[in-house]
Ligand binder design. Structure first.
Ligand code: KG4
Ligand code: ZN
Length: 395
C-alpha cells in the first residue's frame, strides 16, 4: 500500500516549458539532470526589426509549442507516463508570450492529471548553474551561502543576494536598459546582426590584440579608454554609475556615448572591430564593478552567473578573475544552451521547489500547494496566470 511515509522521490521527472520571450523551449529534467532541452529560437524572425516584436513572438510560440514539447519528451527517452510533474515560466517576460507556454502546460497537466509548478524565469537563470552537477537532495550540502547572483540577459541586469535555495533578494539592477539589450542596440548602430552580443563578442575577440584598454578618471567620471598598440587614443566610453555608492547599473548613457562615437568616423571593418573591443569592455566592466561592490558589502562565499550575456567568454573570464582574486567560488553553467533562455533551467528550479516543499506525489494537498504556486486539478489550474513584471525577490 502507498502511504505518505514512503520516501519522497528525490529525482522527480519534470516536463518544463518556457515561452517568456523569443525562444520556444521545452525540456525534460530528472531533478537537476537535463534529459533533453529543446529550443526553437525566433531570432531570424525578429532580426529584421532589431528586437523582439511581442505579437510576432506569440504567433511563433503558438506555431511551435506542440512540436517543441513533443520533441523534448521524445529526445529525453522518458515515456510520457514517467513524467511526474509539469513546470512553466509565469514571469517575468512578455505577457502574450508567457500565456502560450502556460496554456500548453495547463492543458497537459489536466490531460495527464499531474501537478504544475509555476516558476520565476529569473530563479531559473540563477539555478541553471546546477544543471547536471548535484542531485537535488544534495544541493544544500554543496553550496555555501550567502552567495551573490549576477543575472545578465537581454531584459535583465541584476544582482541578487542568495541566502539559500529559494531565498533571494534583489540588491541591484539596471535603471534603464539591460546589458544584453545594450549589446543588441550597439550592434545595430554598427549595422551588425541581431542578437548583437555574440556579434560584438566575436569581433572583439579578433581585434583584442590590436587594442590596449585602460581605465581613466576625468573629473568625477570613470572611462574605459581604447588605444592603438602605438599609443594613439581610439576612443573612450564612460562607465555610468561606476562611482556611485549603490549597486544599480545604467546602460543608457553608455548607449548614447557609443552612438556618438559610431557616427564620428567611417565604419571600416577595422574600426568596427576596435569599437567592439571598447564597447564590450565598458558594458562588462559596469557589471564587474558592481559585482565587486556587492561582494565587499555582503561578503559572500560564492558567485552564481546566469543569463544570456553569461555566454560571453569575456564576462566569464572577468567574473572568474574576481572569484580568484577574492577567493570565491564562481558557478556558471558550462553549456551555452543553459545560459540563454531555455526550459531546462525552469525544470531544475521546479525540482528544487518540489524538494523544498517536500511534495509527496501520493499525498497531494491542492489547497496548501497553491499557496506555493503548485497547481493540482482543474479548479486550481484555471487560477494560474502570467505575471510579466515578476521580480526575483518574489520567488
Ligand atoms: O537570457 P537570454 O537568452 O534572453 C533573455 O532572457 O533576455 O539573453 C539574450 C541576450 C541578448 O541580448 C544577447 O545579445 C546576449 O544575451 N548575449 C550576449 C552574448 N551572447 C548572448 N551578450 C554578450 N556577449 C555574448 N557572447
Ligand atoms: Zn532570460
Amino acid at each position: 500500500m502507498i502511504t505518505s511515509m514512503m520516501p519522497i522521490p528525490s529525482e522527480l521527472t519534470i516536463l518544463a516549458i518556457d515561452t517568456s520571450c523569443d525562444e520556444t523551449s521545452a525540456a525534460v529534467v530528472r531533478g537537476t539532470h537535463v534529459l533533453s532541452n529543446i529550443r526553437y529560437t525566433q531570432v531570424a524572425v525578429h532580426s529584421e526589426y532589431g528586437g523582439v516584436v511581442p505579437s510576432i513572438a506569440k504567433l511563433h510560440h503558438e506555431l511551435k509549442i506542440d512540436d517543441v514539447t513533443n520533441a523534448a519528451v521524445e529526445q529525453s527517452g522518458v515515456k510520457q507516463n514517467e513524467i511526474d510533474m509539469l513546470a512553466v515560466t509565469y514571469g517575468p517576460g512578455l505577457a502574450i508570450a508567457l500565456e502560450v507556454g502556460i496554456s500548453k502546460a495547463r492543458s497537459l497537466a489536466l490531460e495527464w492529471q499531474k501537478p504544475l509548478i509555476a516558476v520565476n524565469h529569473m530563479e531559473g537563470h540563477l539555478l541553471s548553474v546546477f544543471a547536471d552537477r548535484f542531485d537535488v537532495n544534495d544541493l544544500n550540502n554543496n553550496i555555501e551561502t550567502p552567495a551573490i547572483g549576477l543575472l545578465v540577459s537581454g531584459k535583465h541586469s541584476e544582482l541578487v543576494l542568495i541566502n539559500g535555495i529559494g531565498e533571494y533578494k534583489k540588491i541591484g539592477e539596471t535603471q534603464d536598459d539591460a546589458c544584453g539589450e545594450a549589446f543588441d542596440k550597439a550592434a545595430r548602430m554598427m549595422g551588425l546582426a541581431y542578437p548583437g552580443g555574440p556579434e560584438i563578442s566575436n569581433r572583439a575577440a579578433k581585434y583584442r590584440d590590436n587594442v590596449l584598454l585602460r581605465k581613466e578618471r576625468d573629473q568625477q567620471k570613470l572611462y574605459v579608454c581604447a588605444y592603438t598598440t602605438s599609443g594613439e587614443l581610439i576612443d573612450r566610453l564612460p562607465l555610468p554609475m561606476a562611482t556611485s555608492d549603490n549597486l544599480d547599473m545604467s546602460y543608457s548613457g553608455l548607449k548614447t556615448a557609443f552612438k556618438h562615437i559610431v557616427n564620428s568616423a567611417p565604419l571600416t571593418d577595422e574600426r568596427i572591430g576596435e569599437l567592439c573591443v571598447l564597447f564590450e569592455a565598458a558594458a562588462l566592466d559596469v557589471l564587474v564593478i558592481k559585482l565587486t561592490k556587492a561582494i565587499n558589502i555582503y561578503n559572500p562565499k560564492e558567485v552564481w552567473l546566469g543569463g544570456g550575456v553569461g555566454a560571453s567568454q569575456e564576462l566569464r573570464r572577468k567574473v572568474n578573475g574576481v572569484g580568484d582574486e577574492l577567493g570565491l567560488k564562481v558557478r556558471v553553467a558550462n553549456d551555452i544552451n543553459l545560459l540563454v533562455d531555455n526550459a531546462a533551467m525552469i525544470g531544475i528550479a521546479a525540482a528544487t521547489i518540489a524538494n523544498r516543499l517536500g511534495i509527496d506525489l501520493n499525498n497531494l494537498d491542492p489547497d496548501s500547494l497553491i499557496r506555493n504556486k503548485v497547481y493540482v486539478g482543474a479548479k486550481y489550474l484555471s487560477q494560474l496566470d502570467r505575471d510579466p513584471g515578476l521580480s526575483i525577490s518574489n520567488s
